[in-house]
Design a protein around this ligand. Structure first.
Ligand SMILES: CC(=O)N[C@H]1[C@@H](OP(=O)(O)OP(=O)(O)OC[C@H]2O[C@@H](n3ccc(=O)[nH]c3=O)[C@H](O)[C@@H]2O)O[C@H](CO)[C@@H](O)[C@@H]1O[C@H](C)C(=O)N[C@@H](C)C(=O)N[C@H](CCC(=O)O)C(=O)O
Ligand SMILES: Nc1ncnc2c1ncn2[C@@H]1O[C@H](COP(=O)(O)OP(=O)(O)OP(=O)(O)O)[C@@H](O)[C@H]1O
Ligand SMILES: N[C@H](CCC[C@H](N)C(=O)O)C(=O)O
Ligand SMILES: [Mg+2]
Length: 482
């Protein structure tokens, strides 16, 4: 593609390159640069892409787009914001694939992954559509699974995925847009037909610093969508919508929302309620337990309504939808008189939610096995400790993904959450041993909740991922005769 076409829409401050030059690829990481590429240098949080301009040129980059011009002459193009430019370049390179599909984005602290799966099922079954999905567990093109490392990939990869989806015949793309993604322009320039807001509770304050900033990052979505389907019960919603440019449809249980849940019945194996709008009342049943699932169901049905799908049609799909991997997932424990659940609760609010749900229905004790991620918001650690202290009968405090931190130091941050509580706990640093410990000490009718890892089948230590699948650990321990 000609450089001129690739830079269409990118504000260029200075340019020392012939714009008619043919560019054969785009890279933003010098380790992946190929001859003929446009290398985009971005200032980062760990390092600065500008430091790698020389390496990229040595590897054959044809031109460099940057924010700060290096000294001396070179094939340099300067722009004010290279991260934002990368998003525009991605859309140009892949031929604006998002414009070929109906785009739906989900943001919020909890419930994004769950919401995307439920909505994908509805679009497939009601519309008979092929649907693309981008999110934490995996990316999908119809039923084809593409593994992922992050909730929302870098802008260029997002655009690549959109292209693959559109070429494969997807007419809808449903995606999670994390607050990092919105803040770091990973979806800059993408216009969504529908944007969904689930809720806002504490997470990622290492990055956003304040809850207000965190909310304002999520708010970006509502300046880039046609209809905003938002949680009317969430205290952050008014701030979220302050500068919104979309139509707004609210859902909720407590508020006078456009779509409401009435007569809510929670049980150990699911939820039921009446979905109520101004004009109709439709009974809903979903076989996934948890009070929070009422909200996840309402936001999905609100989005489906905005896309022209009736409550009755979405209800029929929701009645049969399977659980989402790693979200309130039951692990088989044949022959045992206790239950084990895997759940992705890794924030204070999600821990309260899942433990509260379990406590309501468990005949025996609710046992929480949990740790906290390293290189993430440290202030959520004691609050996750408090969630376990408040909502479990016994806790096993262990490791999550320590990343570059000392596991013992992370655990030290968690334990003050138990101050003033009578809830007993045991510290077992090694997560495999912690799971075995909980199983060995299980009492009749206990429900052991393995919090935090959900679908993850690895543990990340010092930039390296080691295989660790909680389902396998449980099965192996049972097979070992314990
Ligand atoms: C805080 C954050 O999100 N950082 C992301 C950001 O990194 P960064 O800008 O700090 O990059 P950097 O490492 O400083 O490097 C700067 C530039 O130099 C380049 N470089 C670097 C080294 C080199 O040898 N050559 C080179 O060219 C890098 O490619 C980059 O372009 O851009 C990088 C490129 O896309 C991402 O890999 C990186 O994600 C890191 C790994 C990360 O952990 N992100 C997490 C926090 C995240 O994004 N999480 C959200 C939320 C999850 C949820 O709640 O669901 C997500 O969407 O997954
Ligand atoms: N609507 C909700 N409100 C509060 N907690 C929820 C809600 N939905 C799910 N949860 C809890 O949060 C956990 C994560 O759910 P899910 O993966 O759907 O959220 P997410 O927003 O995609 O998370 P992430 O930020 O990691 O991508 C679940 O395992 C459950 O414990
Ligand atoms: N998307 C979240 C996932 C956290 C999962 C948990 N297992 C952890 O490592 O803290 C994050 O990157 O903060
Ligand atoms: Mg997710």
């Amino acid at each position: 593609m000609k450089l001129r076409e690739l830079l269409n829409g990118v504000p260029v401050a200075s340019c020392a390159v012939d714009l008619e030059m043919e560019i054969t690829g785009v890279s933003y990481d010098s380790r992946a640069t190929q001859p003929g590429d446009l290398f985009v240098a971005m200032t980062g949080y760990a390092t600065d892409g500008h430091k790698y301009i020389a390496t990229a040129l040595e590897k054959g980059a044809a031109a460099v787009l940057c924010q700060n011009l290096p000294e001396g002459d070179g094939p340099y193009i300067r722009t004010a914001d290279s991260r934002r430019a990368l998003a525009v370049i991605g859309a140009n390179w892949f031929g604006h694939p998002a414009e070929e599909m109906t785009m739906i984005a989900v943001t919020g602290t909890c419930g994004k992954t769950t919401t995307t799966y439920l909505l994908k099922a509805i679009l497939e079954q009601v519309r008979g559509a092929k649907v693309g999905l981008i999110g934490t567990n995996q990316n999908m093109i119809g039923q084809e699974v593409i593994p992922t490392d992050r909730t929302t990939p870098e802008s260029f990869e997002v655009q690549r995925l959109f292209r693959e989806m559109a070429d494969a015949g997807c007419t809808y793309a449903v995606m999670e847009t994390s607050s990092h993604a919105l803040c770091l322009d990973r979806v800059y320039g993408v216009h969504y037909a529908v944007g969904i807001f689930t809720n806002l509770t504490q997470d990622h304050l290492d990055f956003h610093v304040t809850m207000e900033n965190y909310c304002d990052a999520k708010a970006i979505l509502f300046r880039n969508c046609g209809v905003g389907v938002v949680n009317g019960d969430d205290p952050w919603t008014p701030r979220l919508l302050k500068d919104a440019t979309c139509q707004v449809r609210t859902y909720g249980v407590k508020s006078e929302a456009d779509l409401r849940a009435e007569n809510v019945v929670l049980s150990a194996d699911g939820i039921a309620f009446d979905a109520v709008t101004k004009t109709e009342r439709v009974p809903i049943r979903v076989n996934i337990p948890g009070g929070f699932m009422v909200y996840n169901t309402l936001d999905v049905q609100g989005a489906a309504l905005a896309l022209g799908i009736s409550l009755k049609d979405s209800a029929a799909v929701l009645a049969k939808v399977p659980h989402v991997q790693g979200r309130v997932e039951v692990v088989p424990t044949p022959g045992k008189d206790y239950t084990i659940l895997i759940d992705y609760a890794h924030t204070p609010d999600s821990m309260v939610n899942v433990l509260q749900t379990v406590k309501e229905f468990a005949k025996g004790r609710t046992v929480a096995v949990f740790g906290c991620g390293g290189d993430r918001d440290k202030t959520k650690r004691p609050r996750m400790g408090k969630a376990a202290a408040d909502w479990s009968d016994f806790a096993v405090v262990t490791t999550d993904n320590p990343r570059t931190e000392e596991p013992a130091a992370i655990i030290r941050d968690i334990l003050p959450g138990f101050d003033g509580s009578n809830t007993p706990y045991e510290v077992v640093e090694d997560r495999v041993e912690a799971i075995r410990w909980a199983m060995d000490h299980a009492q009749k009718d206990d429900v052991i909740v393995l919090c935090g890892k959900g679908h993850e089948t690895y543990q990340e230590v010092n930039h390296q991922k080691f295989h660790m699948d909680e389902r396998e650990i449980v099965a192996e321990h049972l097979n070992s005769g314990r």
